[in-house]
Design a protein around this ligand. Structure first.
Ligand code: DGP
Length: 119
């Protein structure tokens, strides 16, 4: 599979603000943050979308969620709250085809009612 921009960040081939890395996952700050805290948690293995996950990825996916919870505490946003998002394919507005979890917080986030509001 062809490397993605995130593969290059994981391999330190391009510079990014990496805040955590282990053998399974890497977390770094988003370059286009949509909130004061916006961190991407990415599997080191190139899984293009959530549609591509299989049972063997269970440990990786668990690590991503547990890490998100730890980072939220480290960043001081756990108590007030935050949002985790995985975008998938066109309708999910996925831009980078390397599975990633957005950890977003640090302010009161917008409501998740866009569809209801425009209907
Ligand atoms: P998504 O739409 O779910 O695929 O989100 C992709 C996110 O990745 C988007 O919020 C911007 C971020 N992003 C894109 N390129 C880079 C990059 O080179 N470095 C970092 N840190 N973030 C990036």
């Amino acid at each position: 599979m062809t490397d993605t921009i995130f593969s290059k960040i994981i391999k330190h081939e391009i510079i990014s603000d990496i805040i955590y890395q282990d053998n399974l996952v890497t977390a770094f700050r988003d370059t286009s943050p949509c909130a004061p805290i916006h961190i991407l948690i990415v599997p080191n293995l190139l899984i293009p979308t959530l549609n591509d996950v299989v049972d063997d990825h269970e440990v990786i996916l668990g690590r991503m969620i547990i890490l998100a919870s730890k980072i939220a505490k480290d960043e001081g946003i756990a108590e007030d709250g935050y949002r985790l998002i995985i975008n998938c394919n066109k309708n999910g507005r996925q831009e980078v085809y390397h599975l990633h979890l957005h950890l977003i917080g640090g302010c009161l986030l917008g409501p998740m009612s866009v569809y209801r509001d425009v209907k």
